[in-house]
Each structure stands twice: as structure tokens, then as C-alpha cells.
Ligand binder design. Structure first.
Ligand code: B12
Length: 444
């Protein structure tokens, strides 16, 4: 590689929240861009504010489970909208001083690329960019990622970045880098063909504790609470052999054994995609453990897919159920019925999965939703032999449920992304009682 090519620094910012846990949460988008830049001759360095393995981070009290673990945290004052919330607010990740030292040891970049996750973590993005500027006042800072895509105007106003990019970054990446650095290599990949992408640069992380895996991009469903189609309107797939090659690479070079499947709809078209990918994984015979934190599509669970999931080494299966009551279901989710859920659970148990490996996501805190509905869903999931996992609703602008969420909220959601934080149940009305959440916790 040429040593005189531009230096690009890629940064994964802090999380500011009431709670956060590294549940296979890796900055896959940012590392994908890093992989492409590196393959085109740029010199890349990455700084991960969420690094759990920083030499100065205290050792976690419990051993790692499947490559997951708690982030280091430091208490922060609560932002204004949260003053009445009876919970602690923290910065999750490395301490600012460690980040400062890390940047001081990094070669001066010509360009800094910062990613973003949840919209309501944007104060973490602001803090990260401010510190980058303190150490590197010169180079332009470009912000992209989920918050940048969902709230671009807000991000332009408050993030402190010089430029805010929206949507998938690959197509515009080489132009962006050329515009800011003057170095313009010929493209050696096609943004529309995932198999032509170089591997995401996971090796830039201090430790490859798990492989975040995307076998395809986009989602055919348009669930009213979800931003997937706004974030990635295309439907792109990788070939089974490309998926297996990637897994073999990270397992062989870095000894990674846990794989987190990030796909939005891995089993939406089993014959066309999920089954061939699973068959290739089984054929490869790698000793891997797969986890689906982002949920599998229930209707895709058939005796054939369940048998292959089991054979391929899936350990943690999450099903996207959201609610079991027909009224609520019709409102929020057109994907599956409660009967289909019970059937899927039965098939998975029969295929060999143990009940504790199976979880079903339920959505709580939807506009107008009664607590009793959620409690009934919890019981229904349990009686199917599956663990209920309650995810609280975070409203997202541009989704079908957004207008209802705005109308139902006790906050001015459209003015302040912080107020979409799922921990504060943004769509519950005043008089709001934290007892409500306690009732849920007791049932779980
Ligand atoms: C995988 C995933 C997870 C994983 C972890 C992901 C992670 N990295 O932390 C898990 C399963 C743990 C998870 C959990 C949750 N998630 Co989630 N998750 C996703 C999902 C499906 C994919 C994200 C992803 O990695 N995509 C793949 C990469 C390649 O894309 P990317 O990061 O966006 O990067 C691309 C572009 O953004 C851009 N880009 C990125 N950075 C940069 C930087 C620059 C400079 C440029 C130019 C471009 C650029 O280019 C990249 C390549 O194309 C998204 C939905 C989606 N389809 O995006 C939801 C999503 C992000 N999650 C969401 C939510 C709500 C949650 C939960 C809160 C759910 C809950 N209620 O419990 C939890 C909380 C997570 C936590 N840690 O606290 C919401 C966020 C909504 C919001 N308000 O911001 C989303 C959008 C889903 C939705 N409901 O619509 N999630």
C-alpha cells in the first residue's frame, strides 16, 4: 500500500443513555466503509468509543457470554427533558481522557468519518465530535449513520460536523473522500453488488469478539414502527459462498466463534435466500455459534428452516412477534398471526432448540396501548414455551406510526430526538407513572 495516500480516521461515538449493553453491537456500517477505503489505498485508523477492551477499562465482573458484555460507564447529568426520570443517565464506553490519549497517538487524519446509532444518542455524537475537534482542529468531520439519516436537519444544526451524509454510504464514499482529500482511486467495487465489497474492517477493533453479519440489505416489509425502508430502500443479497468466505476469514484469522446476524428479514424468502445460505453454512462445518438479536421472521420458520438453523449452530433465536392480540397486531404488524407464532415455536422446539434459547420480542409503549395488553402477550408467549422479551417503542420520524406517536406523547417529539428514547416510554401520556414499568418488570 502507498504510504503517501490520505489518512482517514473513522470514529464510533459514545452512547448517552439510561441503559446500554453490548449485545453484539458493533459499528458494522462504519467498518464496511473502512474496508472499502482501505481496499482503495487510503490509510485508515479507527477509534471506538464503545471499546470494552480498552487497557484501562475495568475487567467485567462476569465472564463474557457469547461475545456480549457490559460497557464501562460514567454518570452524566441528565439532559433537560429527563430531569423527572428516576433513573441514572450515563456515558457508555471509554472515558474521555482515554479517547483523548488515543487520538493523540493516532496519525493526523486528512478526513474524519463519524457514524451514529440511535437518534436519541445524539448528545454522545456531539461530545465525540467536540473532542475530535479539540485534538484535530483541521480536518473536516463528516457524520453519517442512523441518527444522521433519520434526523438530517437536526444533525446539521447540532452535531458539530462539517457535513452530514444520509443513507447507505458506499455509493458516495469515494467521491466524498476525493472531495476532501484530493485522492481519487478508480472504484474496484460496485455499490449495488454486495459480493464485490471488500470485507468490513472488523480487524480495526481491538478484539473481534463476534462477527456482525449481514447476508442481505433491506427489508420487504413496511412495519409501521420501523425505519428499515427509510434507512435502506434497496433489496440486495450476498451469495451463500461470499457469506461463508467471510465467516471462514474471521474465524480462521481471529478465532471468532460468535456470529450476530444483523439482517432485517433473513427468512423473508427462505427458498430464494435463507435456506441456501444456511445450507452453505452447514456444508462449511465451521464451529460457529449464531445469534439473531434482530429477530427472525416467524412465517419463515418451517420444519426445513428450523432443522437447518439447528444444524448450523444457532444458539440464540429471537422471533419478531411484537404483540399477540389481534387488534394491536393489525395496527402494528402485518407480518404474522398469533397462531403462526405458536406453530413456529412448536417447530423450533421439535427441531431441538431448548426453550431458553428462544425469545419473542414484544413491543410495549405503543401509542394508545394498554398495560394489560402487554401483560397478556407476555403470558401467551410463555405458554408457547418461549421467553418474552419486551422492547419498548422508540418512535421514528418518517414511519407510519410517527403522527400517532407525536399526538400521543407528553413530549414535543418532533423538536427533540432525545424524547424518542424508549426508556422514557415517549408515547405514554401524563399523568405518567413509573409504576407502569415496574408492573412490567415484575411480570417478566
Ligand atoms: C442490527 C441492529 C441492531 C443490533 C445492534 C446494532 C448496533 N450496531 O449497535 C441490535 C439487535 C442489538 C439492536 C438493538 C436495538 N435496536 Co437496532 N437495529 C439494527 C438494524 C437492523 C441494523 C443496523 C446496522 O448495523 N445496519 C447495517 C449497517 C451496514 O448499516 P448502518 O450502520 O446504517 O451504516 C450504513 C449507513 O448508515 C451509512 N453510514 C454509517 N455510518 C456512516 C458514517 C459516514 C461518515 C457516512 C458517510 C455514512 C455512514 O453507511 C453505512 C453502510 O451503508 C437497524 C435497522 C436498519 N435496517 O438499519 C435497527 C435500528 C438501528 N435499531 C433500532 C432500535 C430502536 C433498537 C433498540 C432500541 C430496540 C429496542 N427497543 O430494544 C435496541 C437497542 C440497542 C442498544 N444497544 O441499546 C432502531 C433505531 C431507531 C432510532 N430511533 O434511532 C432501528 C433503526 C430499527 C427500527 N426500529 O427502525 N439493533
Amino acid at each position: 500500500m502507498r504510504s503517501d495516500t490520505p489518512q482517514i480516521l473513522l470514529v464510533n461515538p459514545w452512547i448517552h443513555d439510561f441503559a446500554a449493553y453490548d449485545l453484539w453491537a458493533k459499528p458494522l456500517g462504519l467498518l464496511t466503509l473502512a474496508g472499502i477505503l482501505r481496499a482503495h489505498g487510503f490509510q485508515v485508523a479507527a477509534s471506538d468509543c464503545l471499546d470494552r477492551f480498552h487497557p484501562r477499562a475495568p475487567r467485567p465482573p462476569r465472564p463474557e457470554r457469547f461475545g456480549c458484555g457490559p460497557f464501562h460507564k460514567q454518570r452524566l447529568p441528565k439532559p433537560a427533558p429527563f430531569v423527572d426520570v428516576p433513573r441514572r443517565f450515563s456515558r457508555y464506553g471509554i472515558e474521555p481522557e482515554w479517547f483523548r490519549e488515543e487520538l493523540q497517538q493516532t496519525p493526523a487524519p486528512d478526513l474524519v468519518l463519524v457514524t451514529s446509532g440511535m437518534s436519541y444518542w445524539y448528545t454522545g455524537v456531539q461530545e465525540t465530535i467536540a473532542l475530535i475537534r479539540e485534538i484535530f482542529p483541521g480536518p473536516p468531520v463528516v457524520l453519517g449513520g442512523i441518527y444522521a439519516t433519520l434526523w438530517p436537519e437536526h444533525a446539521r444544526r447540532v452535531s458539530g460536523a462539517d457535513e452530514v451524509a444520509t443513507g447507505p454510504g458506499e455509493a458516495a464514499l469515494l467521491d466524498l473522500a476525493a472531495r476532501h482529500t484530493g485522492y481519487r482511486p478508480a472504484a474496484r467495487f460496485s455499490p449495488e453488488a454486495l459480493d464485490t465489497y471488500p470485507l468490513p474492517a472488523l480487524d480495526l477493533l481491538r478484539r473481534v469478539t463476534c462477527i456482525p453479519l449481514l447476508t442481505q440489505r433491506g427489508c420487504p416489509y413496511a412495519c409501521p414502527y420501523c425505519a428499515s425502508q427509510r434507512l435502506e430502500p434497496r433489496r440486495l443479497r450476498r451469495s451463500p459462498s461470499a457469506v461463508v468466505e467471510e465467516l471462514a476469514h474471521w474465524h480462521g484469522r481471529h478465532g471468532a466463534i460468535d456470529v450476530a446476524l444483523y439482517d432485517d428479514a433473513f427468512l423473508a424468502d427462505p427458498e430464494g435466500h435463507g435456506l441456501p445460505v444456511l445450507e452453505a453454512i452447514v456444508r462449511a462445518g465451521l464451529p460457529l455459534r449464531f445469534h439473531t438479536p434482530n429477530a427472525l421472521h416467524i412465517r419463515g420458520i418451517t420444519p426445513a428452516t428450523a432443522a437447518l438453523l439447528f444444524k448450523a449452530g444457532f444458539q440464540t433465536l429471537r422471533l419478531g412477534l411484537e404483540a399477540v392480540e389481534t387488534d394491536q397486531r393489525r395496527r402494528i404488524d402485518r407480518k404474522v398471526t398469533a397462531a403462526e407464532f405458536t406453530r413456529a415455536a412448536r417447530i423450533l422446539l421439535k427441531a431441538g432448540f431448548r426453550p431458553r434459547q428462544l425469545g419473542a420480542y414484544l413491543l410495549a409503549g405503543l401509542p394508545g396501548q394498554e398495560t394489560a395488553e402487554v401483560l397478556r402477550s407476555i403470558d401467551a408467549v410463555r405458554s408457547a414455551g418461549v421467553t418474552p422479551i419486551v422492547a419498548t417503542y422508540s418512535p421514528i420520524p418518517g414511519t407510519a406510526l410517527w403522527p400517532q406517536a407525536v399526538a400521543a406523547s407528553r413530549y414535543d417529539l418532533a423538536a427533540e430526538p432525545l424524547c424518542t428514547n424508549n426508556s422514557i416510554f415517549p408515547c405514554r401520556r401524563e399523568p405518567f407513572s413509573w409504576e407502569w414499568t415496574a408492573a412490567l418488570r415484575r411480570r417478566l
